[in-house]
Design a binder for this molecule. Sequence first.
Ligand SMILES: *[C@@H]1O[C@H](CO)[C@@H](O)[C@H](O)[C@H]1NC(C)=O
Ligand SMILES: *[C@@H]1O[C@H](CO)[C@@H](O)[C@H](O)[C@H]1NC(C)=O
Length: 286
Amino acid sequence: MSASSERRYDHEEYKETADWLLSRTDIRPKIAIICGSGLGGLANLLENKIALPYTSIPLFPHSTVQGHTGQLVFGELNGKQCVCMQGRFHFYEGYNMATVTYPIRVFHLMGVETLIVTNAAGGLNRSFKVGDIMVIKDHINMPGFAGQSPLCGHNDERFGVRFPCMSDAYDKNLTQLAREVAREQGCSSFIQEGVYCMVAGPCYETIAECKALLTLGADAVGMSTVPEVVVARHCGLSVLGLSLITNKAVMDYDSHEKANHEEVLETTRLRANDLQRLVSQLVTRL
Ligand SMILES: *[C@@H]1O[C@H](CO)[C@@H](O)[C@H](O)[C@H]1NC(C)=O
Ligand SMILES: *[C@@H]1O[C@H](CO)[C@@H](O)[C@H](O)[C@H]1NC(C)=O
C-alpha cells in the first residue's frame, strides 16, 4: 500500500485548517454546499465572496478532475452565509477516503450545521430522463461493502460515535423542502426522488453491473457523495443530496450508446441553472 492510502488526520489537523479558514474571512457559514461536476457555477451566485484555492489552504487536498476548479468560496447566498466547495475529491483520483472527506470535518469545526451535496449521476430507473434532478432519499455504499469506509480505523469520539446510524442519512425535512421549492419554481416535471448508489469508478458501469445495481434498488449511480455524507452524519450535520441525471445507464446489449464524460458535462450545462436556482431558493428557506 502506498503512503497516501494510509494517510489519516487527527483532530488537531482538521482544527488547524478550520482556524486558518476562519482567520481569512468574517463569514461564519452554517451551510456548506459541495458543487458536483459542472455545477461549480453555484458558487458564482454568492455575494461578498472570497475564494480560497485549495492549494493555498493548509493541509487541504487538491483536485484534479476536468470540470472542477478547486477552491473554497465563502459568501452570502440570498443573505445566508455559506461555504461552497468548487471541486471535490474523488476516490478514483487516488485519494483515500479520509482525504476525500477531509473538508467535511473542517466544515463541522467551523460551525457548519447543514451540508448540501450535489453530483452528476447516471440514471438507472427507467422512468428517469436525462436532465431530471433526483432528490436523494437514501444511498447504497458499494465501496463500503468492499471495506472502503472513511470511518474505518480509530474513531475519534470528538467527531462522533463508533457505530453511527445511517438509516436517517438524508434529512426528511430538507427532502420535503426541496420538493416544495421545486414545485414553487415550476420544476416539478423533472424532479425525482430515489436511491443513489456509489461505485468507485473511474470506469463507467458495465451493462451487467447496471442491471445488478437496479436490482439492488438503486435509481442512480455515481462516483462520489456517499463518503462525504457518511462523515457528515457521523459528526451530526443535516444532509440534503441532489443528483443531476446526466445520462441514462445503458442496459441493453443491442444498444450502441456509450457512457462518456462529454455527454455528462453537456447535460450539466443545460440544466445547471435550474439546479442552482433550486439550491439558492432552498438555502433562503433554511
Ligand atoms: C423509479 O422512479 C419512479 C418515478 O419517480 C418511481 O415511482 C419508482 O418507484 C422508481 N423505482 C422503480 C424501480 O421503478
Ligand atoms: C422536522 O421538522 C419538524 C417540524 O418542524 C421538527 O419537529 C423535527 O425535529 C424536524 N426533524 C429534523 C430531523 O430536523
